[in-house]
Design a protein around this ligand. Sequence first.
Ligand SMILES: [Zn+2]
Ligand SMILES: [Zn+2]
Length: 188
Amino acid sequence: MDNTALILIVITNLSIVLILGALTFLIYKLLKQKSSTETSDNLAHEYHPAIKQRMKDLNKIKLTRSDLFCPNHPDEPGEVSCGICDRLFCKVCIKPYKNLHFCREHMPLIMNKEWVEVLTVKTSTQDPEEGVRLYDEKKRIFQDLDIPTFIETHYKINVDQDFIETYLVVFSLLDNFEKVNQEMNQFK
Ligand SMILES: [Zn+2]
Ligand SMILES: [Zn+2]
């Protein structure tokens, strides 16, 4: 009788130990899962606001077929972009002029109108993004304000320091000079 009672007590104790062990393991797993999701959340919050904005912008850009193929020849891939409208055209639809290329619509504008220099931006290794921002601004002015501009790239060899300097020169129609000058004020 005493033996049976003893065995029962041992079994009960073992069961309690096993159940406690299982519970501890479960709680440990739950806590671990929670902390790992917290870590990934923290990482997302740590991105610089500019990077987060850039990621959002990238999601917005969905290239359609008309962005990659010539607008006049839907079966021909676009190869060169027009210096004014920045759309891609096939070789038949775009011609070189002044180190740039222009589409059929914009070539007459380039050849027959009077263009003036608005500003020159010297690209520097300290701010390599400035050139990109200048091109973005040029596109915005064309798309939002319907004002044509083009950007020429000029190179100068710096003999003293033996490197090539790059200058981006923005041109606008004489009639739009004031407006473009004002819009591009941030680059002065
Ligand atoms: Zn064009
Ligand atoms: Zn074409």
